[in-house]
Design a protein around this ligand. Structure first.
Ligand SMILES: [Zn+2]
Length: 115
C-alpha cells in the first residue's frame, strides 16, 4: 500500500522530470536524465502499487519514459476517425477517442472514487 512518502517521492520525480524536459530540452544528455527520473517514477509507482492519476499517466510515454509535452517531445494530431493521436519521439503513439463520448470519465475522475 502506497504511503504519503511514496506519493511525495512520485510528485518530486515527476516535477524533476518535467523541469529537465522543459529547461534543458535541447541537450540529449539532459533528456536522458529526464527520462531516467520518469522511469524511476514508473518503477516506484508499480512497486508501491500507487495509482497515478490519469492526467499524469497520459503525459508519460510507456515505451521510452519520456514526458510528453506538446511541441517539444510529442506531436499531436486528429486522425480520420476523430481520435487524438499523440506520437512520441520514439515512435510510439497514444490514441484517445475524443470524438466518441465527450462526457467520458475514467474510474478516478468519477465522484467518490478518489481517495
Ligand atoms: Zn516514447
Amino acid at each position: 500500500m502506497a504511503s504519503n512518502d511514496h506519493f511525495r517521492r512520485l510528485n518530486y520525480l515527476y516535477q524533476l522530470s518535467a523541469w529537465h524536459t522543459l529547461a534543458l530540452a535541447r541537450h540529449d544528455g539532459e533528456q536522458a536524465l529526464a527520462r531516467a527520473h520518469a522511469r524511476t517514477l514508473d518503477l516506484v509507482a508499480k512497486r508501491t502499487r500507487a495509482k497515478l492519476l490519469p492526467q499524469l499517466k497520459r503525459t508519460l510515454c510507456k515505451r521510452c519514459h519520456r514526458l510528453l509535452l506538446p511541441q517539444r517531445t510529442v506531436e499531436c494530431r486528429l486522425d480520420a476517425s476523430d481520435s487524438l493521436v499523440l506520437r512520441c519521439r520514439c515512435g510510439s503513439a497514444k490514441r484517445f477517442a475524443v470524438g466518441l463520448d465527450r462526457d467520458h470519465k475514467t474510474f478516478y475522475e468519477k465522484p467518490g472514487n478518489l481517495r
